[in-house]
Design a protein around this ligand. Structure first.
Ligand code: SF4
Length: 233
């Protein structure tokens, strides 16, 4: 398994204190990405599943307040063949697991059974616009959202809000999300930031991406009107 970063954080990428692994490589190319240094499949360093498992086991005492291990990226699911057995082993060790994903993997339903806490990005409801910005369409992301709603598995949807990209029609997001059973789903808005800009080494393409407080309030109000639960982490 190839990893370009790891570290502990509290309650940001799943519940409690968590050891977060950033897996190398991503199938999308979001121009606002804050992890541009990890998008290449060659980024970082190779570890065996056993090495990571041993590390997680040795950290068990640190997983307080319902914590555990989170896999993010890049896009963690592009290393599905390693991720699946690792998650199985972590579950055998009774370690809480979380996955943060862009939602594009057809394997997600198989991983879901081994993931205690799922965080999934949803960047745009429109296929063409999503493709234009990220290189990948919405079809599989919607399938995964709908599947997770149908199974009743917990789901945490993160929506990055970027001026000029996806902030025009909050009701289109809300209408789509609320047409499925969202009893176990929560939504979080991530206002645009430029924390990872320097990692693009002069190739950063988003201009005027910051949103106003009014836009954020409009999204919150619209989602509440549609009965969707909003959280902040
Ligand atoms: S899906 Fe995530 S990791 Fe991949 S390019 Fe987009 S923001 Fe970056």
């Amino acid at each position: 398994m190839r990893i370009f970063g790891k570290g502990f954080n509290f309650s940001q990428d799943g519940p409690g204190n968590r050891l977060v692994y950033h897996l190398s490589g991503c199938n999308m190319r979001c121009p606002w990405c804050s992890n541009a240094d990890g998008l290449s499949f060659n980024a970082g360093k190779e570890y065996s599943i056993q090495e990571i498992l041993n590390e997680c086991i040795s950290c068990k005492a640190m997983f307080f307040s319902g914590g555990g291990v989170t896999f993010t990226g890049g896009e963690a699911t592009v290393q599905y063949n390693q991720l699946l057995p690792l998650l199985k082993n972590l579950k055998s060790e009774k370690i809480n697991t979380a996955l943060e994903t862009n939602g594009t993997s057809k394997h997600l339903p198989k991983l879901l059974e081994l993931v205690d806490y799922l965080i999934m990005d949803f960047k745009h409801y429109d296929d063409e616009i999503l493709k234009e910005y990220t290189g990948v369409g919405i079809e599989q992301i919607k399938k995964n959202y709908e599947h997770t709603c149908n199974t009743g598995h917990q789901q945490h949807i993160r929506i990055p809000l970027i001026n000029g990209v996806n902030t025009d029609a909050p009701q289109e997001f809300a209408k789509y999300f609320s047409s499925f059973d969202t009893s176990y789903t929560v939504f979080e808005f991530l206002p645009y930031h430029e924390y990872g800009k320097e990692k693009w080494k002069g190739n950063y393409k988003i201009e005027n991406g910051f949103i106003t407080m009014d836009v954020l309030q409009q999204f919150k109000k619209t989602f509440e009107e549609y009965g969707l639960k909003i959280i902040t982490t």
